[in-house]
Design a protein around this ligand. Structure first.
Ligand code: CMC
Length: 392
């Protein structure tokens, strides 16, 4: 009832107030809780940023230690949960396994599912932060037929994840500190991005007072799409395709400009940024740093540089204010680290988790929170009388 406005894709409609993340899309500014992303990426750690997002303030040394310790003791999955990974086909997409496993977690922790009990939300949040990297690593291990290792809680968050993913029972695994540092920084860059598609999904599901696991699982589903988190994998597939086709970047850009069906410049464009995505600038530098350590240069990096250069000087992209987004260079880094393409979006999910949790928690304590229930403009048939099947 009343006046209903149509805003397909929520281009101009704010769904909530929020004190977590600030974006100025025209100026290319991103801040978590007031802190510029550039400073956090350079000086902070992923766990510190996670604490900041969830609690509003940077932790003291003691608070950070306590937070890290709490997460550390929860990295193990229930033994039944481990068998779960054998039930999926080996070629299952890791994002599908990830969201299923997160939903499955709720079946093990039924004593802490009340979204209105902040202590229960807190312990669920810690469990999720601790177990998502374990689950992510297991989706990969199963896909290559390897045994599932147990976490090693003497390692830190990212080291533990790298060892679970790439370690083998047969050889001692040494974490490359450079890889760990860059991955930690990429998680920081992905940690929150206000009301994007997956975060809005988490909030919408949570607004019905669904539990944290169910809400995060929905967020993972939303993130999997190629217009959102799935773009990091789609970029790599696009670069591979251009390379296979002979590396002719100009002719690919022409196909994009001609709007050939299904041909987009993946990793370009953003609903909010109408200027360079500040995360992309940081990722580009990290890509150069990471790829310079390879024994032989990755030809895809050259293709990506060329694509960016051509697009940024082309009228089609200039007039539409299309710039590289966070996903344009991340895939090249993940590839250089040894991750297969279908794991890229899983890495995005690990990074985004603290943001999803922070937004869910913010919503749950907001007295103005209401169930999310958009309206519609009906375009169907006017009223008509039912016709029995034998008369149709
Ligand atoms: N390549 C070619 N043309 C594009 C692209 C692109 N990547 N992005 C937008 N356009 C064109 C679009 O065709 C439209 O042209 P016209 O005005 O002639 O119809 C114009 O630019 C405006 O685009 P839009 O589709 O109205 O923009 P949107 O805000 O609805 O979509 C987007 C934003 C990110 C979904 C879109 O830019 C896109 O599909 N990009 C490629 C996928 C991608 O990289 N996604 C990652 C986003 S950032 C991180 C994340 O969320 O995961």
């Amino acid at each position: 009832t009343g006046f209903v406005t149509l805003d397909q894709g929520f281009v101009n409609t704010a769904s909530t107030t929020s004190a977590i993340t600030y974006i100025d899309g025209d100026q290319g500014i991103l801040r978590y809780r007031g802190y510029p992303i550039e400073q956090l990426a350079e000086k902070s750690t992923f766990l510190e940023v996670s604490y900041l997002l969830m609690n509003g303030e940077l932790p003291t040394a003691a608070q950070l230690q306590d937070f890290a310790d709490k997460i550390r003791v929860h990295t193990l999955l229930q033994e039944e949960m481990r068998t779960f990974f054998s039930s999926f086909p080996r070629n299952a997409h890791p994002m599908s396994v990830l969201s299923s496993a997160v939903t499955a977690l709720s079946t093990f922790y039924q004593d802490a599912l009340d979204p209105l009990d902040s202590e229960q939300v807190d312990i669920s949040a810690i469990r999720l932060m601790a177990k998502l990297p374990t689950i992510a690593a297991y989706t990969y291990k199963k896909s290559i037929g390897h045994p599932l290792p147990y976490p090693d809680n003497s390692l830190d968050y990212v080291e533990n994840f790298l060892r679970l993913t790439f370690g083998l029972p047969t050889v001692q695994y040494h974490v490359d500190p450079k890889v760990a540092k860059i991955l930690d920084m990429l998680f920081i860059l992905h940690a929150d991005h206000e009301q994007n598609c997956s975060t809005s999904s988490v909030r919408l599901v949570g607004s019905s007072q669904a539990n944290l696991f169910a809400s995060i699982s929905a967020g993972i589903g939303a993130l999997s799409g190629p217009l959102h988190g799935g773009a990091n994998a789609a970029v790599l597939e696009m670069l591979e395709q251009i390379r296979k086709d002979g590396g002719d970047v100009n002719s690919f850009v022409t196909r994009v400009k001609n709007k050939e069906k299904g041909v987009k410049l993946m990793g370009f464009g953003h609903r909010v940024y109408k200027n360079y995505d500040p995360r992309a600038a940081i990722v580009k530098k990290a890509a150069q740093e990471m790829l310079s350590t390879l024994d032989k240069p990755d030809p895809l990096l050259e293709i990506a540089f060329k694509l960016e250069e051509i697009a940024l000087s082309d009228e089609y992209f200039i007039s539409r204010k299309l710039y590289p987004n966070v996903d344009f260079y991340t895939g090249l880094i993940y590839k250089a680290m040894g991750f297969p393409t279908d794991m890229f979006t899983v890495l995005f999910a690990i990074g985004r988790l603290p943001g999803w949790i922070a937004q869910y928690r913010e919503m749950m304590v907001d007295p103005a929170n209401k169930i999310g229930r958009p309206r519609q403009i009906y375009t169907g048939s006017p009223v008509r009388d039912f016709v029995p099947v034998e008369q149709r």
